[in-house]
Design a binder for this molecule. Structure first.
Ligand code: NAD
Ligand code: DAU
Length: 332
């Protein structure tokens, strides 16, 4: 049995990973989460008390982080400010958490010689043209566009520097867009599903041509556990499941699956600096570590996600009005 610390374990992907670890290993998990607007303790409900310890706190709190690192074997670092639109409105928390928070964890990993896996995003590579046959690989140069993605790029570079300069035993993964249950209603797919459930028309930024490479959060979790177990120290692995779709197609599919006319949505003000297309080549993870995604049918995964939001209004309703008021103030 290993003792694992998971930062950001009350967020969308972090909580999925905690469920995945408890279902698939004998490990004990300690979650460190600040419970910002994006964190929700209810996302960890029902897990066995003897397998999970929850600590509310900030990853930039060096004394707390030091104490927690002393009591674990490995750390998986999900905690972040994660939403591009928020980073365009108020970048400061992104610097505090994504840069200083990651630095704080790296210093503790160095002091206690703990294995660290850093969760990052494909957005560090910038974007691709719609008609470009290329996909991102581990050797694509960094070229982030938004305050969010630039702070994630900065955090990745800190990890690489702490590996090389101080011998910290770390790995990095850069994943594409996740979907599934427990995702905050500020994000594209849950926003549109809950809009339809509330009788609000879905909102598509600009022309809706932008492409995202969708992966189910469960597949992201299985990939992270694989890298934690078998990844080579100091290396980066891209995580993706060949799920490229343009936003218009996704909105139309949501409407169709929810029994609404496929054109019952509005075009709204585009995101500033909106990345055009992301696409992941995950050959390295598949060939070197033998990982494969399980969710290959996007329509089936989306239908299950819609069912989850339909059945779990108590989980998402408290955030919905505030999120829509924020978007309305931006013409979105
Ligand atoms: P999220 O916003 O749903 O969750 C973030 C969690 O971190 C929340 O529980 C929040 O309370 C916690 N947190 C924020 N600041 C903190 C701090 N200072 N100290 C402690 N906890 C703090 O985010 P998510 O979508 O689950 O993303 C998790 C990670 O995965 C992020 O690092 C993100 O960059 C990365 N990622 C996300 C996606 C995606 O599609 N959502 C894709 C690739 C990578
Ligand atoms: O690629 C990985 C990244 O995916 C992660 O690093 C981020 O944490 C995560 O939030 C996500 O970033 P995106 O900006 O791609 O996700 P978002 O859900 O905000 O938007 C997805 C696409 O949908 C994007 O092209 C913008 C568009 N969009 C978004 C919203 C909220 C709309 O058209 N309408 C909307 O209402």
């Amino acid at each position: 049995m290993a003792r694992l610390l998971v930062t950001g374990g009350a967020g969308f992907i972090g909580s999925n990973f905690v469920h995945h670890v408890i279902e698939n290993t004998d490990d004990h998990v300690t979650v460190l989460d600040k419970l910002t607007y994006a964190g929700n303790r209810a996302s960890l409900a029902g897990l066995p008390e003897d397998r999970l310890t929850f600590v509310q706190g900030d990853i930039a709190d060096a004394a707390l982080v030091d104490e927690l690192f002393a009591g674990v074997d490995s750390v998986v670092h999900y905690a972040a400010e994660s939403h591009n639109d928020n980073s365009l409105h108020d970048p400061r928390p992104f610097l505090d958490t994504n840069i200083i928070g990651t630095y704080t964890l790296l210093e503790a990993a160095r002091k206690h010689d703990r294995r660290l896996h850093h969760i990052s995003t494909d957005e560090v590579y910038g974007d691709l043209e719609l008609d470009d046959p290329a996909k991102f690989t581990e050797s694509t140069p960094y070229n982030p566009s938004s305050p969010y993605s630039s702070t994630k790029a900065g955090s990745d570079l800190l990890v690489r520097a702490w590996v090389r300069s101080f011998g910290v035993r770390a790995t990095i993964s850069n994943c594409s867009n996740n979907y599934g249950p427990y995702q905050h209603v500020e994000k594209f797919i849950p926003r549109q599903i809950t809009n339809v459930l509330r009788g609000i028309r879905p909102k598509l930024y600009g022309k809706g041509e932008n492409v995202r490479d969708w992966i189910h959060a469960d597949d992201h979790s299985s990939a992270v556990l694989t890298i934690l177990d078998r990844g080579s120290i100091g290396e980066t692995y891209l995580i993706g499941a060949d799920g490229e779709k343009d936003n218009k197609t996704v909105v139309e599919l949501i409407l169709q699956l929810m029994g609404e006319p496929a054109d019952a949505y509005d075009h709204v003000t585009d995101r500033a600096g909106h990345d055009l297309r992301y696409a992941i080549d995950s050959t390295r993870l598949r060939t070197e570590l033998g990982w494969e995604p399980r969710f290959r049918d996007f329509e089936a995964g989306l239908a299950a996600t819609i069912d989850w939001y339909r059945s779990n209004e108590d989980w998402w309703a408290p955030a919905k009005d505030g999120v829509e008021a924020f978007y309305a103030s931006k013409g979105q």
